[in-house]
Design a protein around this ligand. Sequence first.
Ligand code: 13P
Length: 282
Amino acid sequence: MVVSMKEMLEKAKEGKYAIPQFNINNLEWTRFILEECQKNNSPVILGVSEGACKYMGGFKTIYDMTNDLMDYLNITIPVALHLDHGSCFEVCKDAIDAGFKSVMIDASRFELDENIRITKEVTDYAKLYNVSVEAEIGHVGGQEDENNSGILYAKVDECIELVNQTKIDFLAPALGSVHGLYKGEPKLNFERMEEIKEKTNMPLVLHGGSGIYDEQLKTAISCGICKINFNTELQIAWSDALREEIKHNKAYDPRKVIKFGEVALKQCVSNKIALLGSSNRA
Ligand code: 13P
């Protein structure tokens, strides 16, 4: 059964490593990621964006699929199924009502007071069901589902205010990362990251993990990041491999075609686990 992120992220904070969030898009991705994380004995967070939720047939379908796959594949590592960037209370409620034990409310597009009000509405509901909550402040740039936006660095005093006024479990302060591909070098504010960790004592989350240099990811972990989200790099690894294979392989059975990207996707998952230090932490 899927679990909340609370215990795995508290342990990661204690042990100074990070848990990967890999976004899922379909049954095959869910299976490949679960199998590879089990092989590495790493806890994992499966992220579900609103767009991916619509694509896969709703939260209940995804919840049942994940739990049933875990049973079928004998998955014993801790697995959190997490709503990624829930845009409003109603979407978070839908995910919780379907059985999700973890949600992200992203009201970062609003002013602080409104962000706090919406986030608190979600935490009040989530706590009734022991669901863990992540919130964002500042703004992660780039592409999320169909939306495109600029970077806004989180302010330390606003992070403290958000944490004090709500009952969130994890904080995602935007500090220079973007969703999708970076134009030029990623510019993360590590000094502020560390200050936010010291002053809020929250497990911190880094969005937009794809394209951030390995050394930067390690520095981020040393500055308090306990969860790092990856989506684009997995998509590129999977689709590049599939495109290459399909040039000469005449297979037409969809089960075979979709599997063309399996090895590359799994390699990418294993690389991230090694980098984040989450193997053998299950
Ligand atoms: P990337 O697609 O840049 O890896 O970001 C994923 C993410 O942060 C999902 O919330």
